[in-house]
Write a new protein. Structure first.
Length: 257
């Protein structure tokens, strides 16, 4: 065993690629705006969290196909925990001075958060597939290939309902799905794994909804009703996304409980 710091076979910096990691933040403003580094780091951090969420959801889908509800729930707990971090992270952006953001915002054109491939993957794999959204990425080979694959594969929502069907629950129509969730919610001890699962799924849905809502408020706080850098209506467009849900039947079931 070598002494600490003495010719290690593997170092912390080497394992985590720290030199490469801290070299990835390339500012565009000239002279450099103080807040641009924060903007870049926050969004790169988002992309890393999205990568981990996709990793956990893909794993959950695999567990569901194998009828391993307990193991799927374990990964879904990680998804829910990351969701809370992603929501809270938005408020760090609000520490930028509005005029500081405007110092470099024009340099971002026509790039936009709308173009986050991994966030769109997250939507697709969770259950909110949109062929119109897919068309927006037709000219981006990297994004289009990844999103097309997600679009054509069963989603987390699909595999959740498939599992319940294999366990003799009825899911043939929206009404049957709602009644199945009502049955699970009414008998939590009888269907413990499924009760926990539907709760984790709705928490994932809620976290993304909270992220969208907080994102709108952050944009309005920083920019008012200015148009987005990618040409969208900015906060106006973002408000149209607030009603999106991955698992609408889980929400509807609460009405009938």
């Amino acid at each position: 065993m070598t002494n600490y710091g003495e010719k290690p076979t593997l170092s912390y910096n080497e394992y985590l690629k720290v030199p490469e990691l801290i070299g990835l933040q390339k500012t565009l403003s000239e002279p450099v705006s103080h807040d641009e580094l924060l903007f870049i780091i926050i969004h790169q951090t988002y992309e890393l969290w999205f990568k981990q969420v996709l990793h956990e959801i893909d794993a959950s889908i695999g567990w569901l196909r194998e009828d391993r509800a307990f193991r799927a729930n374990h990964s879904l707990k990680t998804v829910a925990a990351i969701g809370k971090v992603v929501v809270s992270q938005i408020h760090i952006l609000e520490t930028m001075a509005q005029i500081g953001f405007l110092e470099f915002r024009d340099k971002l054109n026509p790039a936009s958060g709308f173009q986050s491939t991994q966030f769109r993957e997250l939507e697709f794999v969770s259950g909110a597939k949109d062929d119109q959204m897919l068309k927006h990425f037709a000219d981006d080979e990297f994004a289009f290939q990844r999103l097309t694959k997600r679009f054509n594969q069963p989603s987390l929502a699909d595999e959740f309902w498939n599992l319940l069907q294999r366990k003799d629950f009825k899911i043939g129509s929206n009404d049957e799905k709602v009644q199945t969730i009502v049955e699970i919610l009414t008998h939590p001890e009888k269907y413990a794994d499924f009760f926990i699962m539907q709760d984790l799924l709705i928490e994932h849905d809620e976290n993304i909804a909270l992220w969208r809502y907080n994102h709108v408020l952050m944009v309005e706080r920083m920019l008012g009703m200015k148009r987005g850098t990618g040409g969208s209506e900015g906060a106006g467009y973002l408000r149209t996304t607030l009603s999106k849900k991955f698992f609408p039947e889980l929400w509807e079931a609460r009405t009938y409980l």
